[in-house]
Ligand binder design. Structure first.
Ligand SMILES: C[S@@+](CC[C@H](N)C(=O)[O-])C[C@H]1O[C@@H](n2cnc3c(N)ncnc32)[C@H](O)[C@@H]1O
Length: 272
C-alpha cells in the first residue's frame, strides 16, 4: 500500500469533506444523547503543512490556505476546528475536538506507523480509542455501538477502482448491523462513470434507505484520469442537513473552484 495522506492533507477535497463532516456532527449534537463517532480509515490525525510531503505536493495551497485567506461565517466552525496556520487537523482530530463529554470516538488505521502517530496524538485523551485494524472489518466488529446513536465516517484511500464496490458493500454490511446509524462515505470524482456506477449500485443493491449523494467539483469531471472533485454518500442524514450543506457548498465553490466549471450537487439516491 503506497497511499500517504500527508501529501494530500488540507487539499480542496479534504476541506470539502471535513466541512461537511463538521456540519453533520453539529446537527447530530442538537440532541444531548451520547454519540459514537467511528472513523474507519483514520490517517495520522494531525499534519504539519511545513513538512516535506506537504511542501512537495503543495496541494493544501489550493485548499485550506485559500479558505484561511478568505474566511466566511459559514466556514467558521470548520476552520476553528481545523487548527492553526501551519497545521491541518485530519478527521480523527476533528472528531475528538467535536466530541462532548458524553461522546466516544474510535479510529481505525491499518498502517502501523500511522496508527502509532495517532496513538501518540491521543495518548492523554481517554475519549478516543485508536485501533490498529482493518476499517472494513471494524464496521462489523464495532457496530452497533452500545450508545445506539452513531456517525460512521468511511474514507478509504481509493488506490484502485475496486474501492467503489468495496464502499457500497461496506455500507450495506454496516447498515445491516446498525440501520439507525448515520454514515458518511467518501469517494473521488474523476470521470462521471465510476460515480454513476456507485450510485446505481447503491440504488439497486437493496437494504439501504434514506441516502443522499453530495458532490463537489473544482472543474467539470470529464476526464477519468484527472481528479476533479469528490463525493460523500450520506445515509440517514439528520434533519436539515441539505439546507445547511447547500449554502456551505456555495461558499466552497466560490473559494476552491477552478473557474466557471466548478459546482456541486445534492442528489437523493434512496428515499426514507
Ligand atoms: C484518505 S486517508 C484518511 C484520511 C482521514 N480520514 C482524514 O480525513 O483526515 C486513508 C487512510 O486509510 C488507511 N487505510 C488504508 N486501508 C485501510 C484499511 N483497510 N483499514 C484501515 N485503514 C486503512 C491509510 O493508511 C490512510 O491513512
Amino acid at each position: 500500500m503506497n497511499y500517504r495522506h500527508a501529501f494530500h492533507a488540507g487539499n480542496f477535497a479534504d476541506c470539502v469533506k471535513h466541512a461537511l463532516l463538521v456540519t453533520l456532527i453539529r446537527l447530530l449534537q442538537r440532541k444531548e444523547k451520547p454519540l459514537f463517532l467511528l472513523d474507519t480509515h483514520a490517517g495520522a490525525g494531525l499534519y504539519d503543512l511545513g513538512a516535506e510531503e506537504a511542501q512537495r505536493s503543495g496541494e493544501w495551497r489550493e485548499g485550506i490556505a485559500r479558505l484561511r485567506q478568505a474566511p466566511h461565517p459559514r466556514l467558521a466552525p470548520y476552520l476553528t476546528l481545523a487548527g492553526e496556520e501551519r497545521t491541518y487537523a485530519g478527521s480523527p482530530l476533528l472528531l475528538a475536538r467535536l466530541a462532548r463529554p458524553q461522546d466516544r470516538v474510535a479510529c481505525c488505521e491499518r498502517v502501523p506507523e500511522v496508527a502509532a502517530r495517532l496513538r501518540a496524538l491521543f495518548r492523554a485523551n481517554r475519549q478516543v480509542a485508536v485501533h490498529l485494524r482493518d476499517g472494513w472489518e471494524a464496521l462489523r466488529a464495532l457496530l452497533p455501538p452500545p450508545e445506539r446513536r452513531g456517525l460512521v465516517f468511511i474514507d478509504p484511500p481509493f488506490e484502485d477502482r475496486n474501492d467503489y464496490a468495496a464502499l457500497a458493500q461496506g455500507l450495506r454490511e454496516a447498515y445491516r448491523c446498525f440501520p439507525q446509524g448515520i454514515y458518511a462515505a467518501w469517494y473521488p470524482l474523476k470521470g462521471r462513470g465510476a460515480a454513476h456506477q456507485l450510485h446505481f449500485d447503491l440504488k439497486t443493491g437493496g437494504r439501504l434507505r434514506d441516502v443522499l449523494a453530495v458532490e463537489f467539483w473544482r472543474r467539470p469531471p470529464l476526464d477519468p484520469e484527472r481528479f476533479a472533485g469528490s463525493g460523500l454518500i450520506i445515509v440517514n442524514p439528520p434533519y436539515g442537513f441539505a439546507e445547511e450543506a447547500a449554502p456551505l457548498l456555495d461558499v466552497l465553490v466560490d473559494r476552491l473552484g477552478d473557474g466557471e466549471g466548478a459546482g456541486f450537487a445534492i442528489e437523493r439516491l434512496l428515499d426514507e
